[in-house]
Design a protein around this ligand. Structure first.
Ligand code: FUC
Length: 791
C-alpha cells in the first residue's frame, strides 16, 4: 500500500498527491529545494453567469428539418447557433517552497506515499544526519501539516515561503507568512488560440474570487523569524509547518464581490485551531478519520514478484499488470484519490481531481459531463465510499436547479438539462463560444440525463428511501420531463433525440464527416436507463402512477437499438461508417456499463453486437478509455481481456508526452495519463477491477464474474452490491472458495452462479441450488452475514 521512489520528482507527474477533499498538495520531495504544489478546490476563474442562448430555440426546428432531409454537414454547421460560452477553469493556488541549507548531496534517499494512512514521508542522509519529513492533509483539521526533523540536535536550517502563478501579494502578519491573491475573471480553455487568455478584473471592481493562504510553524528549539520573504527556522531539531487556505467562493449563485466569504478569516480560523494541537494528535485524528473510509475494502490478487524496495516507477516498467500487487495498488490508489479529492461538503472531483499546477490546464480542468465526471464516481458505491459520492450528488442538485432555465430558454422544454461541460458556477448551457466549437462535443444536452444515474445508484446501493423520495427522485423526474419533451417522432412512430451526437465521434456521409444525426444509440440508451430508474423509483415510492405509465409507454416507443453490417451495435440510427473505428469514446456501449439496458439474458443479440463493437474499437486508447474498457469487458465476463486492458493502463507514460489519443497509461506517480494527466483513468481502473470481482446491476448479484486466469488465488472484502449488501469473496484455483454476504437492509438476496452453490447462516443451510436454473434467491435479515460456497 505504498508508492515509493528513490529520487525526488523532477516534474509534477512524478510528485505525490495528498488531499483532504478541499486542500491538495503535490509533493516533489526535493532535497535542497522542496516544492509542494498547492490547491484549494473552490479556486476557479470567473464569476456567476448562465450562458443560456435564446437563439437556440430558433435554430432547433431548422436543424431538425435538415436532419430529416439527411443534410448532415449543413445540420452540423447550424447546430453551432445553439452553443453558449466556454466554462471557466480550475486554477492552481500556488506553491509552498522550502529551502534547506544543507545542499543537494545526500544518500539513502527515499520518499513514500503510504495510502493506508494517507501520509507522505521522506528520508535522506547528509553526512551522519538523517533528515525526515512527514506530510498529510487533514480532513478533521482542514490544514496541510508538514513535520521536519533532523537526527542531530539543531541541524535543521530551513526557509519557507509561498508563491502563486496568480496575481498575489505576500507578506507577514505576526508570526504567519501570508499570500493574498485574486483569481482572473476569465481564463480561455487550453485548446483556444487567444491573444489574451487570462483576464483579471479592474482592481477596484473585481468580480473574480479572492483567496488567501497562511503558513505557520512550531518548533521546540532553534530560532524562528518571520519576515516579508518567508519563515526562517535556524538551528532547530524539529519543525512543524501548517498551511491553511480558503477562497471567497460563496456558492454558484452569490453576487460577485458582494456576498463573498472572508477567505482570510476562514484560513486563519482553521490555522488557529490546528497550531494549538500537538503534532501527534493532528496525525492521529487524520489517520483515524481517513482509515474509517479506506479500511473498508481489502484486496489480494496474488504474490507480487517485485522486490520490496523496488520503486513504483520501476515496478510499472518491469512488471505492469503482471504484478498483482501493482494492480492492488492501482485499485486502492483510486480509492485513496477519491477520499483525497471528494469529501462531503467539498467540490466534486474535476478532470484532475483537485490537483492542478497550471493556469490554463488541459480542457480547463473542468467537469466534462459526456464521460469524465461520471467516470470519476464509478468506484464510489461499489468500492464502499458512498460518502465520497456526495459532492457529485450535490453538484447534480445545483445543476438540476440551474438547468431548468436552460431547458426553457434554449429549447422551450420542461425539466432540466445540462450540456458537455460545467464548472464551479454551474454552467448548464452548451459550450463552444457561440459557434467556435465543434458540435461533436460542444452540443450535448444529455448531461442531466446521464448524471441522474448517479442519484439512482446512490439509492440502489444504500436503499435509503428518504434520500430517494426527497432528493433523488425529484431530480430524476425533472430530467425525465426534459427527455420527454426533447424526444420527437422520427416519422415512422419511433421516438428519437434530434439533434444528437455520439459524443466526440463522427460518421462518414457522402458529403464528408458529420457529428449530428437523429437518435444516437447513446442518447436512446441513456434515456432508457433514466426512464427505467424513474419507473422503479416511482414504484418503490408508490407515487406518480400516471407519469410512470407515460414513461413505460414512451420507453416502448424509443427507437430500437440495431445491429449493423459488421455485426456491431450501431452507434447511430443509420449504419454509417465510423470516422475512426478505434475512437476512444465507447458511448454506444453505455447500456452495457455503467448502465444495465443490455445483457445476455434480456437482449442477447444486442449484447453480442455490443461485444463486437468493443472488439472493433481495439485495446489501445487514452487512459480513461482503457479504464472504461476494463469494466466493459468485465460485463462481458471476459476477465482475461479486462486484465489485458489493465496491462495497457499500467504502462509508463513520461511527462511531456504530448496530448495523445491512442497510448494512455500512468505517470511515474501512478496518476492516469490520457496523456495529459486526467484523474478519471484512475477512478475507472478501481471501478473496473471491482466489476471484475462483483456485479449487481442485474436483478441478481454475481461473484467473480470476470476473474482472469492469472489471478488464481485471492480475496476481496468490503465491496458493496446493490440492495444494501456488503460482500467478501475468497477464491482458490480460479474458483469461488467462499463468500460472505452481509445484508444491511434485510432484502432478498439473489445470486447468479454457473456452478451449484450452497448458502448457510450460522452453519445451517439457508438455500441450496435446487433447480436447473443458475439463479438462487434467499431471504435475509438485516445485520446477518450469509456464507456462500460451491456445493
Ligand atoms: C473529452 C474526451 C477527451 C478528454 C476531455 C477532457 O473531450 O474526448 O479525450 O478526456 O474530454
Amino acid at each position: 500500500m505504498k508508492l515509493q521512489y528513490d529520487k525526488p520528482a523532477h516534474v509534477w507527474t512524478e510528485g505525490l498527491p495528498i488531499g483532504n477533499g478541499r486542500l491538495g498538495g503535490m509533493i516533489f520531495g526535493g532535497v535542497e529545494q522542496e516544492k509542494i504544489s498547492l490547491n484549494e478546490d473552490t479556486l476557479w476563474s470567473g464569476y456567476p453567469k448562465n450562458g443560456n442562448n435564446p437563439g437556440a430555440k430558433d435554430a432547433l426546428p431548422k436543424v431538425r428539418k435538415l436532419l430529416q432531409e439527411e443534410r448532415y454537414t449543413e445540420a452540423d454547421t447550424l447546430t453551432k447557433e445553439m452553443m453558449g460560452p466556454y466554462t471557466q477553469s480550475y486554477l492552481p493556488f500556488g506553491d509552498l517552497l522550502l529551502r534547506f541549507e544543507h545542499g543537494n548531496i545526500c544518500h539513502s534517499y527515499k520518499r513514500t506515499l503510504d495510502i493506508e494512512n494517507a501520509v507522505h514521508s521522506l528520508e535522506y542522509q547528509i553526512g551522519h544526519v538523517i533528515y525526515t519529513r512527514e506530510m498529510f492533509a487533514s480532513h478533521p483539521d482542514q490544514v496541510l501539516v508538514l513535520r521536519l526533523a533532523a537526527s542531530v540536535e539543531g541541524a535543521l536550517n530551513v526557509h519557507a515561503s509561498l508563491d502563486s502563478p496568480l496575481r498575489h501579494m505576500t507578506g507577514f502578519r505576526e508570526d504567519r507568512f501570508v499570500l493574498e491573491g485574486t483569481a482572473p475573471e476569465h481564463v480561455d480553455p487550453s485548446y483556444v488560440a487567444s491573444d489574451d487568455p487570462i483576464r483579471y478584473g479592474d482592481p477596484e471592481n473585481n468580480k473574480g474570487m479572492t483567496f488567501e493562504g497562511q503558513l505557520a510553524v512550531k518548533t521546540e528549539d532553534g530560532q524562528v523569524t518571520v519576515d516579508g520573504r518567508g519563515i526562517h527556522v535556524l538551528g532547530a531539531t524539529t519543525a512543524t509547518f501548517y498551511f491553511s487556505a480558503a477562497t471567497s467562493f460563496n456558492g454558484m449563485d452569490a453576487i460577485p464581490g458582494v456576498e463573498g466569504k472572508d477567505a482570510s478569516f476562514i484560513a486563519s480560523s482553521f490555522l488557529d485551531e490546528a497550531v494549538a494541537k500537538p503534532y501527534d494528535s493532528l496525525l492521529d485524528s487524520h489517520i483515524t478519520d481517513y482509515r474509517v473510509l479506506f479500511d473498508r475494502v481489502k484486496l489480494q490478487l496474488g504474490n507480487s514478484p517485485a522486490p520490496e524496495q523496488m520503486s513504483t516507477e520501476q515496478r510499472i516498467t518491469t512488471y505492469g499488470a503482471e504484478d498483482p500487487g501493482l494492480v492492488e495498488l492501482l485499485f486502492h490508489y483510486g480509492r485513496y484519490l477519491l477520499i483525497a479529492s471528494s469529501r462531503p461538503g467539498t467540490q466534486a472531483a474535476n478532470l484532475q481531481g483537485i490537483w492542478n499546477a497550471v493556469t490554463r490546464p488541459p480542457w480547463s480542468s473542468n467537469y466534462t459531463l459526456n464521460i469524465n465526471t461520471e467516470m470519476n464516481y464509478w468506484p464510489a458505491e461499489i468500492c464502499n465510499l458512498a460518502e465520497c459520492h456526495e459532492p457529485l450528488l450535490d453538484l447534480i442538485s445545483h445543476l438540476a436547479k440551474k438547468g431548468v432555465e436552460t431547458a426553457q430558454v434554449n429549447y422551450g422544454t420542461r425539466g432540466w438539462t445540462t450540456h458537455h461541460n460545467t464548472d464551479i458556477w454551474g454552467q448548464t448551457a452548451p459550450v463552444g463560444n457561440y459557434g467556435d466549437g465543434d458540435p461533436s462535443w460542444a452540443f450535448w444536452p444529455m448531461g442531466g440525463i446521464w448524471l441522474t444515474q448517479h442519484v439512482w445508484e446512490h439509492y440502489a446501493f444504500s436503499g435509503d428511501e428518504t434520500y430517494l423520495r426527497n432528493s433523488a427522485y425529484p431530480v430524476m423526474k425533472e430530467a425525465a420531463l426534459f427527455a420527454l419533451d426533447w424526444l420527437i417522432d422520427d416519422g415512422s412512430g419511433n421516438l428519437v433525440t434530434s439533434p444528437s451526437t455520439s459524443p466526440e465521434h463522427k460518421f462518414r456521409t457522402a458529403e464528408g464527416v458529420a457529428a449530428v444525426s437523429p437518435g444516437s444509440t447513446m442518447d436512446i440508451s441513456l434515456i432508457w436507463e433514466l426512464f427505467t430508474n424513474c419507473i422503479e423509483a416511482s414504484e418503490i415510492l408508490g407515487t406518480d402512477l400516471d407519469f410512470r405509465k407515460e414513461l413505460v409507454s414512451i420507453r416502448e416507443r424509443l427507437l430500437p437499438l440495431q445491429v449493423g453490417k459488421y455485426g456491431q451495435l450501431q452507434e447511430w440510427s443509420k449504419d454509417y461508417e465510423d470516422e475512426d473505428i478505434y475512437h476512444r469514446h465507447t458511448s454506444h456501449l453505455v447500456g452495457v456499463y455503467p448502465g444495465r439496458q443490455l445483457s445476455d439474458e434480456e437482449t442477447p443479440e444486442l449484447f453480442v453486437a455490443a461485444r463486437t463493437s468493443l472488439e472493433r474499437r481495439g485495446d489501445e486508447s487514452t487512459g480513461w478509455s482503457l479504464g472504461w474498457r476494463v469494466a466493459l469487458w468485465s460485463r462481458f465476463r471476459e476477465g482475461n481481456r479486462s486484465l489485458r486492458l489493465l496491462s495497457n493502463m499500467l504502462r509508463l507514460v513520461r511527462d511531456g508526452a504530448s496530448e495523445q489519443y491512442n497510448h494512455g497509461g500512468v505517470y511515474p506517480n501512478l496518476l492516469g495519463a490520457h496523456p495529459p494527466f486526467q484523474i478519471d483513468g484512475n477512478f475507472a481502473a478501481s471501478a473496473g477491477i471491482a466489476e471484475m470481482l462483483l456485479q449487481s446491476h442485474r436483478p441478481y448479484m454475481e461473484l467473480l464474474p470476470a476473474l482472469p486466469d492469472a489471478w488464481q488465488q485471492g480475496n476481496v472484502s468490503g465491496l458493496r452490491a446493490r440492495g444494501g449488501f456488503e460482500v467478501s469473496i475468497r477464491w482458490d484455483n480460479g474458483q469461488l472458495a467462499e463468500a460472505h454476504i452481509t445484508s444491511h437492509l434485510g432484502l432478498d438476496c439473489v445470486l447468479r452462479s454457473e456452478d451449484p452453490i450452497v448458502v448457510t447462516l450460522d452453519g445451517s443451510v439457508v438455500k441450496t441450488e435446487d433447480t436447473d436454473s443458475n439463479i438462487i434467491s434467499f431471504p435475509t435479515s438485516a445485520g446477518r452475514t450469509y456464507r456462500v460456497k460451491l456445493s
